[in-house]
Write a protein that binds this ligand. Structure first.
Ligand SMILES: Cc1ncc(COP(=O)(O)O)c(C=O)c1O
Length: 348
């Protein structure tokens, strides 16, 4: 019966999400979730919802969220599109901006969903290799229909400077989607390029800095024509009522989010120093995770030893990533447990 399945789907290697075990008591540092709860306004907003309200479909346009996000970024709501997690927005972009003979570009290494989205769309995925230090790749700007430019990049945690990103976008012939999933933890952002350049869309998520991975809410800001194209092809009611209520409340309390970000950044600095003392080479991070290379022991072995102790970090096999582990910056208590499992002076 496999003949009934499209050929590219038959040959597809699906995206592997980080493990989400049901077991409690684990130290979960593998999917870049926020260790702190969301704004108290989220609980208040959900408590105000009557179960009877759920009889009705949600607002198909997410008007309230678009107004709040528009105010946050100084753009009009018709430049904002809201999605069921930023992953949905990424997939919609592959459908809206890429012809069947088009190409989708991305850096290597970068968010491992991008090549999978190109394969699902059955178009050529073109990986642009990053240099050994994971900084900006010099060289000609590639041709293509859509480029996923993750900044700060995952899993490498580095932030590319805005001026080089701007030059890249200005020269790229297709649409550049700047994936700023981790930008709230960084020293800079590129949101204004979504206003000044006609081919740039900037993506944000509530999954990381806003502590709301569980509700699935992402949004993009961009030129009105590109945003309008996403509206045309989306599912009618792509963001549910509970999510819209929670997201509007969280976005209206950006100050709370920034306080959590400050705590995470402080923990990030401590974790970086401590890992350095434990024999890891740590890439300077502008995200809520560290990309770290154990110098003596194999990265996979470190991942497995930690897992045996109930501490989950992320390991990506592969030529560019297999020597590293990606460690989410958890709470100070979680990081203490991690560090206790990696004793100082241990020959990692
Ligand atoms: C770079 C990057 N973009 C997008 C996403 C997806 O975020 P969301 O939870 O909004 O779908 C992730 C999730 O880990 C990510 O790392």
């Amino acid at each position: 019966m496999t003949g009934r399945i499209r050929q590219n789907v038959r040959g597809l290697t699906a995206y592997t999400p980080g493990e989400q075990p049901r077991q409690s008591g684990l130290v979960k540092l593998n999917t870049n979730e926020n260790p702190y709860p969301p704004s108290p306004r989220v609980a208040e907003a959900l408590a105000r919802l009557e179960p009877g309200d759920l009889r009705r479909y949600p607002d198909p346009t997410c008007a309230e969220i678009r107004e709040i996000a528009g105010r946050l970024h100084g753009v009009s709501p018709d430049r904002v599109f809201v999605a069921n997690g930023s992953d949905e927005a990424l997939a919609l972009c592959t459908r809206a901006f890429v012809e069947d003979d088009g190409t989708i570009g991305y850096f290597d290494p970068s968010y491992s969903l991008y090549p999978v989205l190109a394969a699902i769309r059955n178009v050529l995925g073109v990986a642009v290799p990053l240099p050994a230090d994971f900084g900006w790749p010099e060289g000609p700007v590639p041709d293509g229909s859509l480029f996923f430019l993750c900044n700060p990049n995952a899993p490498t945690s580095r932030l590319f400077p805005k001026d080089v990103v701007e030059r890249f976008c200005a020269a790229y012939p297709g649409v550049v989607l700047i994936d700023e999933a981790y930008v709230d933890f960084a020293a800079g952002h590129c949101m204004d390029l979504a206003v000044t350049l006609p081919n740039v869309i900037v993506l944000r998520t509530l999954s990381k800095a806003y502590s709301l991975a569980g509700i699935r809410l992402g949004y993009v800001v961009g030129p009105a024509d590109l945003i309008g194209a996403l509206f045309k092809i989306k599912d009618s009611y792509n963001v549910n009522r509970l999510t819209q209520a929670a997201a509007a409340a969280a976005l209206s309390d950006a100050a709370y989010m920034r306080r959590n970000v400050a705590r995470i950044r402080a923990t990030r600095a401590r974790l970086g120093d401590e890992l350095g003392r434990r024999g890891f080479e740590v890439v300077p991070s502008e995200t809520n995770f560290l990309w770290a290379r154990p110098r003596r022991e194999a990265a996979r072995a470190v991942y497995e030893q930690l897992k045996a102790l109930g501490i989950l970090v992320r390991y990506f096999p592969g030529a560019r990533t297999g020597d590293f582990v990606r460690i989410t910056v958890g709470s100070d208590e979680e990081i203490d447990r991690l560090l206790a499992a990696l004793p100082e002076g241990k020959d990692t």
